[in-house]
Design a protein around this ligand. Structure first.
Ligand code: SF4
Ligand code: FES
Length: 255
């Protein structure tokens, strides 16, 4: 456990607001434990900056346990850094070596403008969800109990896998086209697989895809980088399912 920590050089994107130009700035941190998370290492840097009267580096975070999807960062050219199946808050400093230089940048996509430093505006995802990522429930009092609807185990498992998407945006940041197809397809699939989601299935897929296009995300060319970098292992098969749902909805008049 004990031992000398790592000394690191950090090259971090600093940008005061969306309208100002940004630049990479060098920082040093010393005696970083391999047991720290990446965000704890960033906390050490910010404590240093604050104690010197400098502006701390702005970055998003909330749960720090891989659930909220806030901790969006590009680390050494990879969304959420060099590990697989983890978010930045779950990334451990043991993935790095003493003397390393680490490049830390915000997500880069036209639909995710930088707010400050490493913080980007991901409300485009919220607007896509508002366009159809929900089910309308009849609350009249005679609603059928959801538990009374039989769902095949395989469908329930697939819906659950799709539902693990945390909306972090790593798929967009990783994609050379800044496509949001993996995110949107996870949200469409999650509901398309369940009886509760079938009622509004047609409007859902059409409206969500329409909003995705309006937000300025690029097209999917199935390079698969999103699937590799997604911290939740969301599968490309969701994109195929969404394309099917979209086609069905586009060619049928009423259902
Ligand atoms: S599909 Fe994966 S990478 Fe994209 S928003 Fe969801 S969890 Fe993040
Ligand atoms: S801070 Fe919530 S997923 Fe990383």
């Amino acid at each position: 456990m004990a031992g000398k920590g790592m000394n690191l050089t950090l090259k971090i994107w600093r940008q005061s607001d969306a309208n100002s130009p940004g630049k990479m700035v060098d920082y040093k941190v010393t005696d970083i434990s391999e047991h720290m998370s990446f965000l704890e290492m960033m906390d050490v840097l910010n404590e240093q900056l604050v104690s010197k009267g400098e502006d701390p580096v702005a970055f998003d975070h909330d749960c720090r346990e891989g659930i909220c999807g806030m901790c969006s960062m590009y680390i050494n050219g990879e969304a959420h850094g060099p590990d697989r199946g983890v978010t930045t808050c779950q990334l451990h400093m043991r993935m790095f070596n003493d003397g390393d230089t680490i490049y830390i940048e915000p997500w880069r996509a036209a639909a995710f403008p930088v707010i400050k430093d490493l913080v980007v505006d991901r409300t485009a995802f919220d607007r896509i969800m508002n366009a159809g990522g929900f089910v309308s429930v009849n609350t009249s009092g005679n609603t059928q109990d959801a538990n009374a609807l039989p769902i095949p185990k395989a469908d329930a498992d697939e819906a659950f896998d799709a539902a693990t998407c945390i909306g972090c945006g790593a798929c967009v940041a990783t994609c050379k086209n800044a496509s949001a197809m993996l995110f949107v397809s996870a949200k469409v699939s999650q509901l398309a697989l369940l009886p509760q989601g079938k009622v509004e299935a047609k409007e859902r897929v059409l409206n969500m895809v329409d909003q995705m296009d309006k937000e300025g995300f690029g097209n999917c060319t199935v390079t698969g980088a999103c699937e590799v970098e997604c911290p939740k292992g969301i599968s490309l098969t969701n994109i195929a399912r969404m394309n099917q749902e979209f086609l069905k909805a586009s060619i049928t008049a009423d259902k």
